[in-house]
Design a protein around this ligand. Structure first.
Ligand SMILES: *[C@@H]1O[C@H](CO)[C@@H](O)[C@H](O)[C@H]1NC(C)=O
Ligand SMILES: *[C@@H]1O[C@H](CO)[C@@H](O)[C@H](O)[C@H]1NC(C)=O
Ligand SMILES: *[C@@H]1O[C@H](CO)[C@@H](O)[C@H](O)[C@H]1NC(C)=O
Ligand SMILES: *[C@@H]1O[C@H](CO)[C@@H](O)[C@H](O)[C@H]1NC(C)=O
Ligand SMILES: *[C@@H]1O[C@H](CO)[C@@H](O)[C@H](O)[C@H]1NC(C)=O
Length: 612
């Protein structure tokens, strides 16, 4: 049937093909052994060093800014870089010291900036490079680090590289993943293999210009770049250098699992036989040839070296450059990225499990297990992290219900590991309801009026709620790019800050300050006897007060005895409590609490200091 069985042709002069791959494989194996040896040799000393020498990205919360929705400065209804600059003092108030800014690069905006036409410019919608430099300078002045979003795996099909690649203009000819089709016995040409895109159907699209297929993990307007091409690899490293030269503190790498595919373009994936899936869906297949292919490790290692070469830290200054990579895989797969040289792979397990879309219910025992798994599977000497929400998912407060908004913040900010906060989470922002007519997310639009709500990411991307004025202080335009949540007159930064009562933003800030205490910053985490409703754990670092964290994730008022192990104390002092618990005068901040009988309403959370 299949006449084309030879390997794809090489178009790059130093493309990794055939024999050239062998030394690279040897390098990987050697590097792997070296990593393993280093781990064995250093792990005991890492454990002994106390207090640990933490980097800035281990100490701070990382705050994700979705620039379209944060602050508009020029009245066009879309947020921009000068808008972010005007809000930098807000992070000083919150005690947040690291920002991740989602893409602001030139883009036809078919995927709102994740489809770039240049990695080294700013889309006029968001400002210009001068604004970016200004943002960086102003952030650094306030001791706030800034990391960029590195869209590594693909470009827009409008990118000049792709246009030239289609025309086989060197050196761009090999910049993307190209393959001739397979010719069937009856003369029909079909894609080289059965690989499926994340959005369904073939991941191969025919280029009339080039008379070949190109690969795309996502939409056909997002062609995959080819890291087996040396020139492309260098090009991407130069992009990283470009931003490091400007002074950025690191990068978040987008969709890393999909960044490379096997070089065996003609090999088919095997079916997973997952029930409820169909051949045209990605989940129907075992993605061994298109996701997390081992060669990604070589590229990540090279990026790590570039980042390290810009780290001029000394004993007084921490200028380390941070790399966090995005993938949704379980620990067994995502933890490989630590060995590749990333500082951490995002841990989205709390998004995936605490999500009624996928699971009917994740009770406190389930939450405990998800957290414990992160610690149990963490490679020696590596650092954990947790995320509740981002621009691709429903907000946590909307997944669980607003009763648990504060409790979720108590959870996120008291775990051992770096927390990532999605803008607005700190004030309790919730998803908006968007009509099909107002839908902007191309994914939603593609699904049509009957199904757009299943996939549209617009609900979690509504404008930041700054105050109770029209458009919540986000824009002076008559209409922001997405509607505001109708609750903005009560749920907003200013009203919450000004409130004489406890409010989500104050809870967040109190925790952001308290988590600088050694026990919360790096102390051990020990779970107590968790029930389906009551999650509780102890954070402890030697010679420092312990902190007991208690959260009622259930739906009934319960009285519980916390005085037994691992607490073994009769009394503590309430340091932080969720809004309702304080406002209803059930708990008083800085007052003593008797641990043998603590009564908690659903959604109540407490952080209790325990003196030795
Ligand atoms: C050629 O064969 C394929 C696979 O059997 C079939 O889908 C296609 O319709 C055929 N084309 C023609 C022109 O007969
Ligand atoms: C899926 O089903 C096919 C056909 O029944 C079988 O050959 C294959 O082994 C199955 N794959 C898995 C992962 O179970
Ligand atoms: C809300 O914010 C906007 C933009 O900063 C400002 O113009 C407006 O005066 C603010 N409203 C109040 C009530 O502070
Ligand atoms: C909040 O407080 C600030 C200063 O304390 C004040 O300027 C502002 O008008 C207040 N806003 C509201 C909504 O009360
Ligand atoms: C209360 O929680 C239990 C699980 O603990 C669940 O089965 C039940 O449906 C919940 N009830 C309500 C009203 O949410």
């Amino acid at each position: 049937m299949d006449k084309t069985s030879e390997k794809p042709k090489s178009f790059c002069t130093r493309l990794c093909q055939g024999k050239l791959c062998i030394p690279l494989i040897a390098v990987t194996v050697l590097a792997g052994i070296a990593v393993a040896l280093t781990t064995v040799l250093t792990s005991s000393s890492v454990r002994e060093r106390f207090p640990p020498d933490l980097k800035w990205w281990q100490k701070s919360i990382v705050y994700q800014i979705y620039p379209r929705s944060f602050q508009d400065s020029d009245g066009d209804g879309v947020g921009d870089l000068p808008g972010i600059i005007s809000r930098l003092d807000y992070f000083t108030y919150l005690n947040v010291k690291a920002l991740w800014i989602s893409p602001f690069y030139p883009s036809p905006m078919r995927d709102f900036g994740y489809d770039t036409t240049s990695h080294v410019e700013v889309d006029p919608l968001f400002g210009n490079l001068f604004d970016f430099d200004n943002l960086l300078r102003e952030a650094h002045k306030r001791d706030i680090r800034v990391i960029i979003d590195f869209v590594a795996g693909y470009t827009s099909s409008d990118h000049p590289w792709f246009k030239k690649s289609e025309q086989r203009i060197e050196p761009y000819a090999g910049y993307y993943v190209w393959a001739a089709g397979k010719t069937l016995d009856n003369g029909t040409t079909v894609p080289p293999s059965n690989w499926i895109s994340s959005f369904g159907y073939s991941a191969w699209t025919w280029s009339k210009t080039r008379q070949e297929y190109f690969y795309h993990s996502f939409t056909p307007s997002q062609p995959q770049v080819n890291y087996r091409c040396t020139e492309l690899r260098e090009e991407m490293k130069n992009i990283i250098r470009f931003w490091l030269e400007r002074g950025v503190d690191g990068m978040r790498v987008d969709a890393i699992a999909y960044m490379m595919v096997s070089d065996q373009y003609y090999e088919d994936q095997k079916p997973s036989n997952k029930s409820g899936t169909q051949w045209w869906q990605l989940a129907y297949w075992i993605p061994s040839l298109t996701q997390n292919v081992p060669d990604i490790g070589l590229v990540v290692k090279e990026w790590g070296e570039v980042l390290d070469s810009y780290d001029d830290s000394d004993s007084d200054t921490d200028h380390s450059k941070f790399m966090v990579v995005e993938l949704y895989d379980p620990p067994k797969i995502r933890n490989r990225y630590y060995a590749y040289g990333a500082d951490m792979p995002f841990n989205f397990d709390l998004i995936v499990t605490m999500n009624p879309v996928y699971h009917t219910y994740c009770d406190a025992i389930c939450i405990r297990d998800v957290i414990q798994e992160e610690y149990d599977t963490l490679p020696d000497g590596k650092w954990a992290n947790f995320v509740l929400s981002n621009h691709d998912n429903k907000r946590a407060s909307s997944r669980l219900g607003s009763l648990y908004t504060d409790a979720l913040i108590v959870l996120l900010l008291t775990l051992r590991g770096t927390p990532t906060t999605y803008y607005g989470e700190e004030i309790g922002m919730e998803d908006i309801v968007v009509s099909f007519a107002e839908t902007r997310d191309p994914w939603g639009i593609n699904y049509g009026p009957d199904h757009y709500q299943e996939v549209s990411r617009d609900p979690a991307r509504s404008p930041m709620q700054w105050n109770s004025s029209s458009n919540a202080g986000f824009t002076e335009a008559t209409k922001p790019w997405l509607p505001l949540h109708p609750n903005f007159r009560t749920i907003n930064v200013e009203t919450e800050k000004n409130s004489t009562e406890m409010a989500t933003i104050k809870l967040y800030r109190d925790l952001a300050i308290l988590r600088e205490e050694p026990s919360l910053q790096y102390g051990l985490l020990t779970f107590g006897d968790v029930t389906p409703s009551i999650l509780f754990y102890l954070r402890s670092a030697q010679d420092n007060p312990d902190y007991l964290v208690i959260i009622n994730f259930g739906n009934m008022t319960l009285t519980h005895d916390f005085s037994g192990p691992p607490v073994s104390k009769a009394q503590g002092r309430v340091k932080v409590a969720t809004s309702a618990a304080v406002n209803e005068k059930r708990f008083y901040l800085n007052s003593a609490v008797t641990l043998s009988s603590v009564t908690l309403n659903p959604g109540d959370g407490l952080v209790i200091e325990l003196q030795h």
